[in-house]
Ligand binder design. Sequence first.
Ligand SMILES: [Zn+2]
Ligand SMILES: [Zn+2]
Length: 371
Amino acid sequence: MKKPPIIWTNLILFTSTALVAGIGIPWYAMTHGFDFSHLILTIIALSFCELSITAGYHRLWSHKSYETHPVVEFIYAIGGAFALQNSILHWASDHRTHHRFVDDHHKDPYSAKRGLWFSHIGWMLREYQTNPSQAYANARDLQKNKVVMWQHRHYLSLTMITNIGIPLGIGILHGDILGILLTVGVLRLVLSHHFTFLINSLAHYWGSQPYTDKNSSRDNGFLALLTFGEGYHNFHHIFEFDYRNGVRWWQFDPTKWLIASLCFFGAAKNLRRTTEAQIEKAKLAMRLKRIEQGIALRPNPQEMLAKMREEYNNLLEHFHAYYEAKTAYKIAQKKKDAKQRLELLMANYHMMRKNWVSQKKAWFEMTAAYV
Ligand SMILES: [Zn+2]
Ligand SMILES: [Zn+2]
């Protein structure tokens, strides 16, 4: 079958920037040398690009996981042009298609099922039919956003201004123009490109699947380090509207911290969260699936499977009782109910919690051999 035509602009852009970074940086390091300021300025510029993509393009515009002030939107729009990853409208439309048709060979624009190379960068090098329609039918809401449409109209000039203007300006202030053009200009761009691309490629190959195995997405703490928290991709694919990707407090997700900080200072609102119960339920269902797969491999699995499902249903009853008791108590607390009633609800909540924790522990011990 004939391959679709090459997109020369993209091919030249990705190749030339990678070559300049790969050859120019070591050459300059040996002939002139870099100092600490080059490193810090590159990290700052890289963070600006990456956070504009993760907090702006991705969690704000693609998934509407929170709302923010137009000034913040404007900053993201500039950072996104600096990151050179297409306009917000185009990026978000592609990304929504990715979520809707994840792993579909024909409909997911960067389906991981088509290989690591394709999902990483190959999908941008040729005019594949999976590229979304230019009408952006799945992003009508974004077409009503002034910042989004302004950036879309002026995208090309904004990429020029930011990618030439910012490194050149910093270079003049710093004194080492060529060194800064290489680091803040080119190295920053190459790193920011490939760190983002890793989420479409490696985060669909390498890591754990604690929440779902209905698609290829993975949770990967190492990728989260490179991508400002986006590495928790398995969680993200099942709960895509959550402003967090690393949902646990200890998981490295600077994008989540940025959004929470914006909220704290009044610049963001309506942060969307998955409930603890929904998260827990997804994890339990995933564990049950693994247990069933483990049991199925053993001789005469029927009896064991039936027993396991019974235990699981029993566990779910405790699970629901606990979350119901917790919700009832929290609501009463919010409504400032009478002290006596609050004490009663709290006692019930603590008892249900104790039951749930011990049941869960027992179930984990009982099933440990099968997962
Ligand atoms: Zn994905
Ligand atoms: Zn997403």
